[in-house]
Design a protein around this ligand. Structure first.
Ligand SMILES: *[C@@H]1O[C@H](CO)[C@@H](O)[C@H](O)[C@H]1NC(C)=O
Ligand SMILES: *[C@@H]1O[C@H](CO)[C@@H](O)[C@H](O)[C@H]1NC(C)=O
Length: 206
């Protein structure tokens, strides 16, 4: 629902339009409250070897097996709400690919990842992350370029930090903390071609 202050600003916009007849179309972005930064913390559990590996190299480099440049790697890691497997719950998957994209390596990885929530309050929603790995020892920062479900129009960034490893059966599982900083831009576009035909209510796009 439009608050009275929003209606007032719309009225001001309508007056501005009618007082300048040359202005046939007006486009205005109205910023709504609620554009806050949400912090979501999840833990990525990556099984690096064995039958149940969640990360694998799907394409070797044409330059040879010692080269990272040209490789394509896929992962489908667990996302849990804690670093300890026994006391944490599965909340989603960390799915995507990373490509050896640096001729001089390291650094030189390009990563494209989806955070897919499968439980909890964000179940069914996803976040899209894109970014390089510039230093294999340092935290990895990525741009949060969008989302689906309750994260539509999301923007932000993520920081992934190594927190350790444990052994499961015969495999090593690496654990990384992923801090997601998400902002949802609640932006509406108002387009007016004929202000006199519009009522304030009909200008809201919902
Ligand atoms: C997540 O959502 C799916 C689809 O709505 C549902 O089948 C599933 O039970 C949910 N999982 C949890 C853990 O809530
Ligand atoms: C696992 O953690 C131990 C102790 O911190 C460390 O020495 C080892 O290098 C780690 N292993 C891997 C594969 O990262």
């Amino acid at each position: 629902m439009a608050s009275s202050s929003q209606l007032l600003s719309l009225l001001a916009l309508l007056l501005a339009v009618s007082s300048s007849p040359s202005l046939l179309a007006v486009q205005a972005a109205v910023q709504y409250p609620g554009d806050r930064l949400t912090h979501i913390c999840v833990y990525m559990h990556e099984t690096v070897s064995g039958q149940h590996a969640t990360m694998l190299r799907s394409v070797q480099s044409p330059l040879g097996s010692n080269f990272m440049f040209g490789t394509v790697n896929v992962l489908d890691n667990e996302l849990r709400d804690g670093p300890d497997r026994r006391s944490s719950k599965l909340v989603g998957r960390f799915q995507g690919l990373f490509v050896g994209s640096g001729v001089v390596s390291p650094p030189g990885l390009m990563t494209s990842m989806n955070v897919v929530f499968t439980a909890g309050r964000y179940n069914g929603s996803t976040l899209a992350l894109l970014g390089p790995v510039l230093d294999f020892e340092a935290p990895v920062e990525r741009s949060l370029v969008g989302g689906t479900g309750c994260f539509r129009m999301a923007r932000g960034y993520s920081v992934m930090t190594s927190v350790g490893n444990y052994t499961k059966a015969d495999s090593v599982v690496l654990v990384d903390k992923i801090d997601l900083y998400v902002k949802i831009r609640r932006q509406r576009i108002i387009t007016m071609t004929a202000p006199e035909k519009s009522t304030p209510e009909s200008l809201f796009d919902e």
